[in-house]
Design a protein around this ligand. Structure first.
Ligand code: ZN
Ligand code: ZN
Length: 95
């Protein structure tokens, strides 16, 4: 019996901001969403839009991104946190 393996995460879509094909999800997220920094890999993003600047953590699944958001909602993401956190799917074009 063949088990279905977890599918590899696709490459990010072509970047509508610079027109390039970024090879890494975090590079794509940083460029497209003008983030101070982005980390991780995958199409599910936990955004922090708090005053110190936008930061993005990336995950393969929505559950992981939601969990990360809950965590920063509870513990704050930094010194100027105003809880401007959200989970965004960044895998689709035309967002
Ligand atoms: Zn770009
Ligand atoms: Zn915050």
């Amino acid at each position: 019996m063949k088990l279905v393996t977890t599918k590899a995460v696709d490459k990010p879509p072509r970047c509508p901001r610079c027109g390039r094909q970024h090879q890494k999800w975090y590079r794509y997220a940083e460029c497209r969403f003008k983030a101070l920094w982005a980390a991780g890999s995958g199409p599910w993003a936990s955004f922090s839009d708090c005053p110190r600047g936008r930061t993005i953590q990336l995950y393969d699944t929505r559950e992981e991104a939601e969990r990360a958001k809950e965590f920063i909602d509870k513990w704050m993401c930094g010194g100027l946190c105003c809880r401007a956190h959200r989970v965004v799917y960044i895998g689709a074009t035309g967002l």
